[in-house]
Design a protein around this ligand. Sequence first.
Ligand SMILES: Cc1cc2nc3c(=O)[nH]c(=O)nc-3n(C[C@H](O)[C@H](O)[C@H](O)COP(=O)(O)OP(=O)(O)OC[C@H]3O[C@@H](n4cnc5c(N)ncnc54)[C@H](O)[C@@H]3O)c2cc1C
Length: 648
Amino acid sequence: MHTLCDHAPGSNCQFPHVPYVPPDRGSRAVDPVIVVGAGPVGLSLALALTRLGVPVVVLDETEGQEDTRPARTAVLRPDTAAFVGRLGCAATLESAGTRWSAWRTVRRRRLLERVAFTPPGAPDASGAAGPATAASPIHLPQHALTRALRAALAGEQLAEVATGSRLAGIEQDEQGVTAHTRGPDGTSWRGSYLVGCDGPRSTVRKLLDIRFPGRTAVERYAVAALRTELPWPGEALLHRSPARHGGGPVAEVSARPLAGGVWRLDWLLPPGRELVTPDALVARIRDSLAGWTADSAAESGDDGAGGQGRLVPPYELLDTGVHTVHHRLARTWRQGRAFLAGDAAHLLGALGTQGLDEGLRDAENLAWKLGLAWHHGASETLLDSYQAERRGAVAARLRAADSALPLLRDGGAVRWRTVLPGAARGRSTLLTDGHLGRGPLGAAPTYARTPLAPAAGLPGETAVDTVPGGPVADVVVTASDGSVVRLRERLGQGLLVVLVAPGTGVWDRRHWQSAGLMPRLTNAVGALPMRAEILVTEAYPGATAHTVLVVRPDGHLVTALSGVRPGGLSACADAVRGGAYGRETGKTTEARAAGETGGAGKGDGPGGAPRDGAGSTAEGATGGTSGDAAGASPVDPPGSAVLHSESD
Ligand SMILES: Cc1cc2nc3c(=O)[nH]c(=O)nc-3n(C[C@H](O)[C@H](O)[C@H](O)COP(=O)(O)OP(=O)(O)OC[C@H]3O[C@@H](n4cnc5c(N)ncnc54)[C@H](O)[C@@H]3O)c2cc1C
């Protein structure tokens, strides 16, 4: 039996003492978190946990090598790319990934839409990051991502990766969980929690007897990775009804650039299970390449082949495969001390939805919650919130895809024309939103009904452009050491308390801490029951001067407060911890919030009256009264599963 703990008496201790010592460690765990599966989701979860000072053991049945598969790629949105970057893989994202400069939608030979992507973090007029709807994603081979995560984890003292270890059994008790493995080193492992990141055929899910209902083979794509030159370097293409294809009828083909002149091409296959022969795939490749070259030449008035008909540009075929998209959602994502994440919990992928992106969001969401539970002791509300938030978000995504598909495939076009005005536009939106990262199919999720919301009617709550539970804008912020960074770079460790203070860009950094509202804010943040960092920003979309934003470790807004309000801040921290603080101190969120009076102090430094006198009206405004103290945030009602189709 492996008992991996930091300083339990007589343990076979493998980990150094954890440096972060929270004040209320009486009930904290000592055994590591067991992560089953060293795919991208398991590795990123393990890394995120070690960054929080939580020891992890990663069990994987393979020998720890990642096959090179250029056709198995991943599209990371700005939030998940930032998460992976913070885990130490930013260099890999830059070297192995590419950012698309635009997305083109073409029907036959007609360009329907060209959406230019904003480079990540590019400021708009307000100084906020570029609009999320058009922020460019990163596209990279999955093996490059997995290798980078594995290398980063190898440098972590708090992590042990046990390869050749196939999970075969799980036992849970009050104190922890025991995992039994098979393989050359088959043994038992003792952990505080266990997370099944073991892919679509998840052993953890099966051992926990959790159902995985949904639909099989919702869509199938023939996939190829090839090196060639296409007429729109750096731009991704969705081509509907391309003119002619030797390999069989093609309703849709996409071409998405990768680094090094490589492209991933996906041809939507007709429903059914027929095999795609190598000859048929080569015919598709040649037809698509020749068609695009000819179309581009025709646009420029040249037939592209010197009058010799259609020409296939030179290409080097690197990899092929068939990507079958299933839609499935595990009924339960938490059972006691065991959780599911990534493909073990959900399968999706139709219409540009990205399964791996969602898996990384699972990892980011669960890491800080397990970190809090490990250091401070578990709150049931906190641990349950993982399922409420993440399962709810993926369910909504699947629901959106499930309702769009019948309209788009199998004669759905006819239905569009007969039923709906503006059908062409709606159809194009449904086909591209997932790829573009917008709307219900593609935008980063908002946890509007999270159980971790503070009670309604918190005094001083104020509206900004981000709704509570939504992902915050990646604004430029100044940290207490004077460094100027993007907000997303500071996520992952604790709460972020962001003061909106216009005009501070010109202030001498040496006087930050003592100026204006800062001493009061520093005191309030120092008294919070969890780790928190103060940041200052010149502007935030929709925020007036002296607004204080409270941001969760995964970048979702808890709420915005007008001015410095110690009671409001501690109510937010309490809610984010699942109410643990209130229970420990005998105070409730509402009781502390109700004691709140107007919070903003006056001054001439950061957060005080700005030099130009602008934006000072919010100061001292109490705004709102103690409202509905019941305020319990609803979660997905039991049995509200999205998938209404066949079960597994
Ligand atoms: C051809 C192809 C193209 C794809 N394209 C895209 C795309 O464009 N975008 C996208 O988002 N996704 C895409 N996917 C899907 C994507 O690869 C998955 O969503 C992703 O791999 C999920 O990561 P994961 O870490 O959850 O699981 P996995 O990557 O499946 O990792 C699971 C790990 O668990 C281990 N394991 C399994 N069982 C056990 C056990 N009993 N004990 C110990 N270890 C175990 C496995 O060895 C593996 O290392 C594609 C997939 C394919 C095949």
